[in-house]
Design a protein around this ligand. Structure first.
Ligand SMILES: CC(C)(COP(=O)(O)OP(=O)(O)OC[C@H]1O[C@@H](n2cnc3c(N)ncnc32)[C@H](O)[C@@H]1OP(=O)(O)O)[C@@H](O)C(=O)NCCC(=O)NCCS
Length: 189
């Protein structure tokens, strides 16, 4: 899973024991992101080409964790014209999980949002993904919606949102065309 030699200028590949450092993603990270996606999120992983297209639009806000030249985590942010952001991808490689890296990536993404005057950040998560849900809850993402077939037949999602700037509007409009069926009200978490 080593990245190509073109990206990550200035990496210290001799110091593999150092903590991963967070930095902005570059295009040469995409194949490693695709590999990590496939390992951690199959069968729902983004293929390389989708990442490549998303990167063209949103990549300036993507953050990776770099461990001596090896990509070991990422947080992919997309901000819409309404200043509402989505965390459209996040993963930490198995070897690095459980050491605070996922939380650091998420905090860095939230800092990007604050700097960018973002109103809210939304996250789609499968209800069975208890580790991720625990992290999101602890970071202030509240349950605002559920779609029973978001990932396909019988594959639901939870939608969680964290407000960044003061905004009294409810973040999910039940008449939003992106909602097809399912519950839209929070369970009182
Ligand atoms: C979700 C994920 C990114 C978390 O990354 P991580 O580096 O392991 O997380 P951290 O070590 O920063 O832990 C942050 C919190 O996550 C939760 N968490 C992480 N590992 C956990 C575990 N084994 N059991 C329960 N909760 C866990 C906890 O709430 C933890 O907070 P705590 O340490 O205060 O208890 C990582 O598990 C992952 O890549 N999973 C596969 C891909 C994925 O599901 N991505 C999210 C898609 S929505």
């Amino acid at each position: 899973m080593r990245r190509g030699s073109g990206g990550g200028a200035g990496l210290d590949i001799s110091n593999k024991s150092a903590k991963p450092r967070l930095r902005s993603a570059v295009v040469d990270d995409l194949s490693a992101i695709a590999e990590l996606e496939a390992r951690e999120l199959a069968p729902l992983a983004y293929p390389y080409f989708v990442l490549r297209q998303l990167f063209d639009v949103h990549g300036s806000r993507w953050i990776v964790a770099d461990h001596g030249g090896v990509l070991c985590g990422y947080a992919l942010l997309a901000v819409g014209p309404d200043r509402k952001a989505w965390l459209i991808g996040m993963a930490v490689s198995t070897h690095h999980q459980g050491r605070g890296l996922g939380r650091s990536l998420l905090e860095r993404a939230l800092t990007e949002c604050r700097i960018g005057d973002v109103v809210s950040v939304s996250i789609t998560v499968h209800p069975s993904n208890t580790h991720a849900i625990s992290l999101y809850k602890e970071s202030g993402f509240t349950w605002v919606g559920y779609d029973p077939e978001y990932f396909g037949a019988g594959e639901p999602r939870q939608l969680r949102v964290k407000q960044i700037t003061a905004d009294t509007r409810w973040p999910v409009d039940p008449n939003d065309r992106r909602w097809s069926k399912g519950e839209h009200l929070p369970p009182g978490e």
